[in-house]
Write a protein that binds this ligand. Structure first.
Ligand code: BTN
Length: 315
């Protein structure tokens, strides 16, 4: 009912009377009034005038699914979306859901994370409502190592989304980072479960620094991280970014399931890690490429060539 009342208010150019809403929705006027109160509690600014009715003056900067569902154009991803205000980590919520047998495409979105996780045991800073923190459950058929391919695929989807929204060039970083002007804007954490030969599920966690200000970053990140807002001095509507991202991810993922993994080439074309110095155990070398399986290819100082899975090399 909340979504319906909201939709009516959004469609209406001016004031809409409670009576008209109750007639359209087939409920009592007091039911409409109760919903209006609930919406106000959630942060919607609704003006009311005697005899004229209600007018939506402003919507809160919160990723309620009702705010963007109409822009979703997906076949697999986002049929079910759970939006929460706060959670330790969206990846943890998505993993619980997947481990209990939940279907692929499930998305968890949070306004805040109290223990956002990064790769390699690191943490992820989640400034409240200033970023996108979301996790998607995927179940591609095949061996466990396919999870690494998903890193490339998700990176490409985020890169396309950011380029479309921001009109600046973004680079991918192995295995799952997005950079702009040399600074990190997004991190991707893929976690998977299953047997070596049979992947059960993957959770793709995506964190994007959208409207972070300089002071939102921890001191040690100020040099290396940035946000869309800092890059362009503009505020971005996360309610537009999220459907863009889920739509992109869905089309890359559907193509991937149908055997089209052109994302691997896309990834490599825009990869900032190529040519960079890398560390493989105690040895150093240079990155010479990213394999279609998602491995980092390196030429070490002693001339040996090697390929590394995430965690085996540091960039
Ligand atoms: C990294 O760069 O180290 C990866 C960071 C991944 C952060 C995202 S935010 C949503 C999801 N939930 C988490 O706890 N982590 C990922």
């Amino acid at each position: 009912m909340k979504e319906k009342v909201l939709a009516l208010l959004k469609q209406s150019e001016g004031y809409l009377s409670g009576e008209e809403m109750s007639r359209t929705l087939g409920v009592s006027r007091s039911a409409v009034w109760k919903v209006i109160q609930q919406l106000e509690k959630q942060g919607y600014e609704i003006e009311s005038k005697t005899r004229l009715g209600y007018r939506l003056a402003a919507s809160p900067d919160i990723l309620f699914t009702s705010e963007f569902r109409e822009f979703l154009n997906t076949r697999i991803i986002g049929k079910k979306i759970q939006h929460v205000q706060n959670t330790p980590s969206t990846n943890d919520l998505a993993k619980q859901y997947a481990a209990a047998g939940g279907e692929e495409g499930y998305v968890v979105l949070s306004e805040n994370q109290t223990r956002g996780r990064g790769r390699g045991g690191g943490s992820w800073l989640s400034s409240i409502s200033r970023g996108v923190y979301l996790s998607v459950v995927l179940r591609p058929p095949g061996p466990l190592c396919r999870a690494v391919e998903l890193s490339l695929l998700v990176s490409c989807a985020v890169r396309d989304t950011l380029e479309e929204a921001v009109s600046l060039p973004f680079e991918t970083g192995w295995p799952g980072d997005l950079f702009c002007q040399g600074k990190k804007v997004c991190g991707i954490l893929i976690e998977s479960a299953g047997e070596l030969e049979k992947l059960d599920y993957c959770v793709a966690g995506i964190g994007i620094n959208v409207n972070f200000n300089q002071e939102d970053f921890a001191q040690e990140k100020i040099e290396s991280a940035t946000s869309l807002k800092l890059l362009t001095s503009q505020w971005y509507d996360r309610k537009q970014l999220v459907p863009l991202l889920l739509n992109r991810l869905d089309s890359y993922y559907e193509a991937y399931l149908n055997g089209d993994f052109s994302a691997a080439e896309e990834y490599q074309k825009h990869c900032a890690t190529l040519g960079r110095q890398v560390k493989v155990g105690a040895k150093t070398g240079r990155c010479t490429g990213i394999s279609p399986k998602g491995e980092l290819l390196a030429c070490l100082e002693d001339g040996t060539q090697c390929s590394c899975w995430p965690g085996e090399a540091t960039v």
